[in-house]
Design a protein around this ligand. Structure first.
Ligand SMILES: [Zn+2]
Length: 298
């Protein structure tokens, strides 16, 4: 009897805690993005993440290393903590979830232990979509994130590996984020997402990754910082950032203009200024064109 008396109150509490706005068609999509460092997932997929999140979908950005050598002036624990906070701040802007794994920057290896970690994370998130670097990239950590995610692509469905986390009944769609590397083959865009309506918001997220965008990360220097407008001049700093990212996403839109036209139609596709693009990995579920449109319902 006590149970019945308390149940309405409990139900009300749960209802009140549920997200208020959801425009996703049926079940929200669940997306997990793996980047090697605490900025890669944000840089590569931040705009698309904002679009998914705005519709009530659940997006998690994971940095597989803690980024603790990713600066020219500081390193170790303090840098790892700083970068995790930057990612948290960016996640707040994007409406996403952030996680930074405690693996040293520059030391990621495609080990069995790491494969299991990635397998568990994909399962725990109950991912419909998994995104990672391609395994051909200048940075060993980027390459091994690609390898580890590929290695997990089948394992997430196999019951007796990592049996403490239930396997996924449906294999997710695995995607690669874009890059400019050409060997063994250049990145092929299968999906192109227009960022024009979320571009400013993505900038606000990238703005939070201060140690990287304004201080240059591992490639920065005193001179680099001198050429960036100071934090005190916020407007100039953001204008500086905007110019760089307009170029980056403008180039991506122009490079894959045909995919944008295919995706959005001739008229709209030709007018899109900024884009993020994705390639389908041949491991994991192979979506039809129709299914792809339900996974990218923009
Ligand atoms: Zn990186």
């Amino acid at each position: 009897m006590i149970w019945f008396r308390w149940l309405p109150g409990l139900a009300l509490l749960m209802f009140a805690a549920a997200p208020v706005v959801s425009t996703a068609a049926d079940e929200p999509l669940r997306i997990i993005v793996f980047g090697a460092h605490p900025d890669d997932a944000e840089f590569k997929t931040g705009g698309t993440a904002i679009k998914w999140a705005r519709q009530g979908n659940q997006v998690k950005l994971v940095s597989v290393t803690n980024g603790d050598i990713g600066h020219w002036r500081m390193a170790g624990g303090p840098l790892a903590i700083r970068r995790a906070r930057e990612c948290e701040a960016a996640a707040k802007v994007m409406g996403t979830t952030s996680q930074v794994l405690d693996i040293h920057d520059g030391e990621l290896e495609p080990t069995l232990e790491n494969r299991k970690t990635i397998t568990r994370l994909i399962r725990e998130w109950k991912a419909d979509i998994v995104i990672a670097h391609r395994p051909w990239d200048y940075h060993p950590d980027h390459r091994y994130v690609g390898v580890l995610v590929q290695d997990a692509a089948f394992m997430v469905t196999v019951p007796f590996i990592c049996p403490e986390v239930p396997p996924l009944k449906k294999n997710p769609v695995f995607l690669y984020s874009s890059d400019g590397f050409k060997k063994p083959y250049p990145f092929q865009a299968d999906v192109a997402v227009a960022l024009d309506d979320v571009f400013e918001k993505k900038l606000d997220a990238v703005h939070e990754l201060e140690s990287q965008v304004y201080e240059g990360g591992a490639s920065g220097s005193e001179e680099y910082v001198r050429n960036v407008p100071p934090a005190a001049d916020l407007a100039a700093r953001k204008a500086w950032l905007k110019q760089r990212w307009e170029r980056r996403h403008g180039d991506e839109a122009n490079k894959f203009r045909d995919v944008l036209v295919e995706w959005y139609g001739e008229e709209k596709g030709k007018g899109i200024r900024f884009a993020e693009t994705f390639e389908i990995c041949e491991y994991g579920r192979q979506p039809t064109k129709e299914e792809l449109r339900t996974l990218f319902p923009f």
